[in-house]
Design a protein around this ligand. Structure first.
Ligand code: ZN
Length: 218
């Protein structure tokens, strides 16, 4: 059953780990959780392109869907753990003292079953993945278990921690907005989840404030 009332999830963060945080939000009066059960979780993973269509199709089989409900509970718990970590560290570079806090993530990653193989860059449609090299590293997993979903999400969190700059992790400045993003703008001046939601709201509020102060002068 789909609990998202037809609302599309937010993939506005320019980073999948932060999109995980944004998978619960209150775009209007009602809070929507896009990973409230296994079915919703698979929809969210598909729209976020975190799993390929073959994996999604396999997990959608009814027997797997029950297991996905259990994984959705674990993903929500991981999401809220990560929210606490991000809230405490966003806006500044991480330092080594954060390592002890990352133990829960490392415990999940230790159970991962990923390995890499050297494969040919030429794809089936004749395109080349890399202009310089004939071969590339291709990630595989030892099992096709639904637990992989949890590893995929833990891995995007690990990528943000190990490969990117936490000083560019920002929360939308909208007063009631809960959405996070990774600021890839040229001058690192991004302030809003989207211009169409919080950016325009802020502009309208500024316009009203200016009008009010002009009126008080006249
Ligand atoms: Zn916002």
């Amino acid at each position: 059953m789909n609990n998202t009332a037809g609302m599309s999830p937010f993939f506005i963060a320019d980073n999948r780990a932060l999109d995980v945080l944004n998978s619960i939000a209150k775009p209007s009066n009602t809070e929507i959780d896009w990973i409230s059960n296994g079915h919703d979780l698979l929809d969210w993973l598909e729209q976020g392109e975190l799993l390929n269509s073959c994996e999604i199709k396999r997990y959608r089989a009814s027997a797997e869907l029950v297991a996905c409900d259990a994984i959705a509970i674990e993903v929500r718990s991981l999401r809220e753990w990560f929210r606490t970590f991000v809230t405490a560290h966003a806006g500044k570079a991480l330092d080594t003292s954060a390592l002890k806090l990352l133990a829960p993530l490392n415990i999940i990653l230790a159970k991962g079953n990923m390995y890499e193989q050297i494969e040919c860059c030429n794809t089936s449609d004749g395109k080349t993945r890399d202009e310089k090299n004939v071969f590339y590293w291709k990630r595989h997993r030892h099992s096709e278990d639904v637990d992989n979903i949890l590893f995929v999400i833990a891995e995007v969190m690990g990528d943000l921690i190990c490969k990117l700059d936490f000083s560019l992790v920002k929360k939308c400045e909208g007063p009631t907005c809960t959405l996070w993003f990774y600021d890839v703008s040229k001058n690192h001046s991004r302030r809003w989840c989207t211009m169409s939601v919080c950016g325009n709201r802020a502009k309208a509020a500024l316009h009203r404030a200016k009008k009010k102060s002009l009126e008080s002068l006249s």
